[in-house]
Write a protein that binds this ligand. Structure first.
Ligand code: ADP
Ligand code: ADP
Ligand code: ZN
Ligand code: ZN
Length: 808
């Protein structure tokens, strides 16, 4: 029977029963959450949604899974990731799809991430058109990542790395003994190579540039690897040994191709000149594989097409009405049963992706260049085909990066996951998606210690009666129009002939855009339309050169630091004031301690076991590296002596343990700290603890800390602020706070340019640039521009209808 979204009756046994959850700020939470439904976890940021969905439900499911597969890992797990919860009953296995930057592996692509590449290779192998007389190739032959498939010259990388004299020898005035051949390894191995070179009769004392060219060429490029006996001269104890010669080229290419160490490979990259491989034209494939076609395209051609066009190439085969039986000895299998079945399967999967607004991506797009939202949607779509059922999928804001026009297909995909017998839990702020869920778990009411309770768990319509809920006010579409007085621009930034990625103009030239200065501009458009290319790719460089702009600041979601050593107190600079205040106490002055004593970054006052990190890194089997509290200071970061000094009753470690809200009171007498704390509260971060390590902060929190740091500088004017989707991870109530701060920045005479999908923010901008009309090659142009009202009136813009609704 079709799923009736209004039918919320769930048999009693169909629940996950969470009892006594106390992870992070959760206050002894009891909640019954239905299985086999789409459940939205809502609440302001910091309220505890993630602590419940990821930190408790998912973490417990994962802990049980790990225990079952690796009992010996139990001790490690107990240290690292046991959630604080009394019991959870009815818990199925869980899969978390979080927004992470693509895997660091540079060989990972959209095709490999989605596993579509496997089927594409199968299609070319079994149903491709082969040149006359050519042998049929196995699927592996179409993969640059296999021994049979890799281009012999570039080893499948597609990029050729050539060692040249200039790239391998950085300072030709040095002798070989002094390290002229920079590309050779250092330490023992390097000394070994120099000794071998001397035994071979080369002059290792003369400056490189004075050696005969012939010798230089041999040393750098030869493929010979003579083995000689080396008698270490200077060291009488060392025994003679046999040493093998490696030319700079051999050594560097060997490191690039075979080294397991990323550091080594990165180092080797400094000694090569890189460009597309001439043999395979950058595809990484062999000539034999490239000669096979489907729909007239080689597999490299197909991989370079946007998915929306891949669908069109596959469609004729997928829709064949009278396919011929499979045969192995014809030159083309394009009209065979095999072609039909592989193409039909591929087409269905590609269409899920195009439905999620990702049709502009190509299969060969490297995953590190994808946004976190794009990566997550690729993963969600891939899960549809995994055949798993009875699983809880826990998703982190799947709407991130999604234009409102594409929200419908996202809900459809989530519903397909549910319909194949799974539970779908989403931490979500987009009310268009929350409304469509079967069930809402609303956490709150506030953030940090002001939240952490489940205020409501039930069908969406019931939330209206929960007076304590902040979410309640936003669940129904707003009816009152947004009030906003538009500002007058003080100048114009003229961007001309832009061509980055898909940006282009009407007439075959690049794109021309005028950006008004001294106002707030919202850049809108469907995913892939070119918003980030314009705002992140082009603007910073162009704007720096403009006389009316003194500074360009990109307020992005990158972490404020990668180790527990960074936190918001150090990042905002307020910690300097705090340390000075501690040094000024009578107790500290008597001991002769200065501000340095209260730093956890230098020796003296810090705990030396963890060197002031408060935690030590533990490498868990199967789990990415994580951190456990320091066994000596238990997270305090300081040694016991330092903690004897108190200011207004608190030790320096106590201060780092305070929330921003509490610190605002305790440090009210320190103007520099108070300013920073005020700014943090004004962007809704009052719940964060000052010492909360940077790696624990979400992308959205990091971005708002950066914004607050800018706000406290109280600089007036002439700065250009660039923000890419600053509302990611924000509850509508937090979005209101953020928008108010962006207005404040603009009122101070700055220019704000924000890429945004949330129409309540766009409606409050002074100016709108709507990119489109679609993604990839179908985008890259300005579809509508002007005031929000003008843009909303555009007949061609996919954004206009949603903007009209927000303008009321
Ligand atoms: P939400 O998902 O609703 O934004 P979180 O569950 O991430 O909220 O956070 C709830 C509270 O727990 C916040 O006060 C946050 O600062 C705190 N918190 C989150 N992660 C950690 C962590 N790894 N360690 C300690 N506290 C944390
Ligand atoms: P939006 O921000 O509107 O989602 P983008 O500016 O990210 O759009 O992308 C516009 C086009 O440029 C898309 O076709 C996208 O695939 C392409 N693109 C974006 N970043 C890269 C990149 N690093 N390498 C290659 N193509 C890219
Ligand atoms: Zn090649
Ligand atoms: Zn310690």
């Amino acid at each position: 029977a079709p799923h009736d979204p209004m039918d919320h009756t769930i048999p009693a046994e169909g629940f996950i029963r969470v009892r006594g959850a106390r992870e992070h700020n959760l206050q002894d939470v009891y909640a019954d959450i239905p299985r086999d439904r789409i459940v939205a976890f809502t609440g302001v940021s910091g309220s505890g949604k993630s602590s419940l969905a990821f930190g408790t439900v998912f973490a417990e499911a994962q802990r049980r899974f790990l225990e079952s597969v690796a009992p010996y890992a139990r001790r490690l797990i107990a240290q690292g990731s046991t959630p604080h919860v009394d019991s959870i009953e009815g818990l199925p296995p869980a899969v978390a799809l979080q927004q992470r930057r693509g895997a660091p592996s540079t060989r990972s692509t959209v095709g490999t991430l989605t596993t579509l590449s496997n089927s594409v290779r199968m299609l070319y192998s079994r149903a491709g058109t082969y040149p006359a007389g050519a042998e049929q190739l196995y699927s592996d032959s179409f993969s640059p990542n296999t021994a049979v498939g890799a281009c012999p010259r570039c080893h499948g990388l597609g990029t050729a790395h050539e060692v040249t004299e200039a790239s391998a020898v950085h300072d030709p005035s040095l002798s070989i003994r002094d390290g002229a051949i920079t590309a050779w390894p250092g330490a023992w191995q390097g000394k070994n190579l120099r000794d071998v070179t001397a035994v071979l009769g080369y002059d290792i004392e003369r400056p490189w540039r004075e050696l005969p060219q012939e010798d230089r060429d041999w040393l750098l490029f030869t493929e010979e690897q003579p083995v000689v006996e080396v008698h270490p001269k200077r060291d009488r104890v060392a025994k003679p040994y046999k040493g093998r010669f490696w030319s700079a080229r051999q050594y560097t290419l060997h490191t690039l191709a075979d080294s397991q160490s990323e550091t080594q490979r990165n180092k080797a990259m400094r000694f090569v000149e890189s460009g597309p491989c001439q043999l395979c034209h950058g595809s990484g494939l062999t000539r034999a594989a490239l000669a096979v076609t489907f729909g007239g395209l080689s597999i490299a051609d197909l991989n370079a097409l946007p998915l929306s066009e891949v669908a069109e190439v596959l469609r004729p085969a997928a829709l064949l009405t009278d396919p011929s039986p499979a045969q192995s000895r014809v030159t083309s299998g394009e009209r065979s049963e095999v072609a039909k079945s592989i193409a039909a399967d591929l087409l269905a999967r590609v269409e899920v992706l195009t439905g999620l607004g990702l049709g502009y991506l190509g299969l060969d797009r490297a995953t590190p260049t994808l946004s976190p939202g794009e990566t997550q949607r690729l993963r969600i779509a891939t899960q549809l085909r995994s055949g798993l059922f009875g699983v809880v999928y826990v998703l982190d804001e799947p709407s991130a990066g999604l234009h409102p026009a594409d929200a419908e297909s996202l809900v459809q995909v989530l519903d397909d996951l549910r319909a194949s017998g799974n539970s779908v839990f989403v931490v979500e702020h987009d009310m268009d998606i929350v409304r469509r869920a079967d069930w809402i778990v609303d956490v709150g009411p506030g953030a940090g210690s002001g939240g952490g309770r489940v205020l409501y768990s039930g069908p969406p319509e019931g939330l209206a009666d929960v007076t304590e809920s902040v979410t309640r006010r936003y669940l129904q579409p707003r009816t009152s129009p947004v009030e906003h007085e538009e500002r007058e621009p003080v100048g114009t930034l003229e961007l001309r002939d832009l061509t980055l990625h898909n940006l282009r103009g009407e007439d075959g030239n690049g794109l021309d855009v005028d950006l008004p200065l001294g106002v707030m501009t919202a850049v809108t458009g469907v995913s892939g339309s070119g918003k980030s290319s314009l705002v992140g790719g082009v603007l910073p460089a162009v704007a720096t050169a403009h006389p009316l702009i003194s500074r360009v600041v990109e307020v992005d979601q990158k972490p404020i630091g990668r180790t527990p050593r960074s936190n918001l107190a150090t990042y905002t600079g307020m910690f300097d004031a705090v340390r000075q205040a501690f040094a000024a106490t009578e107790d500290a002055r008597e001991r002769g301690w200065t501000a340095g004593r209260f730093s956890f970054n230098v020796e003296g006052g810090r705990c030396e076991v963890c060197q002031g990190e408060g935690s030590v890194s533990v490498e868990l089997l199967f789990l990415p590296g994580s951190w456990a509290p320091c066994p000596e200071c238990h997270g305090a970061r300081y040694n016991a002596e330092t903690l004897e000094v108190r200011r207004a009753g608190a030790t320096i470690a106590d201060v780092l343990g305070m929330t921003v809200d509490d610190a605002a009171e305790a440090l009210a007498d320190l103007p520099a700290a108070a300013r920073a704390l005020d700014a943090l509260r004004s962007v809704g971060l009052g719940y964060l603890r000052l010492g909360q390590p940077a790696p624990e902060l979400s992308g959205g929190e990091a971005q708002r800390i950066k914004l607050a740091t800018e706000l406290q500088r109280a600089r007036s004017g002439h700065t250009l602020y660039l923000l890419d989707e600053p509302t990611t991870g924000l509850h509508p109530a937090d979005v209101e706070l953020l928008t108010a701060q962006l207005q404040r920045l603009t009122d101070a005479g700055n220019t704000v340019v924000v890429v945004e999908h949330v129409m309540s923010v766009v409606a409050q901008a002074d100016h709108v640039v709507d990119m489109g009309p679609a993604g990839g090659d179908q985008g890259g142009r300005v579809v509508a521009t002007g005031t929000p009202a003008e843009a909303a009136a555009s007949p061609d813009s996919r954004t206009a209808p949603y903007l009209r609704a927000a303008l009321g």
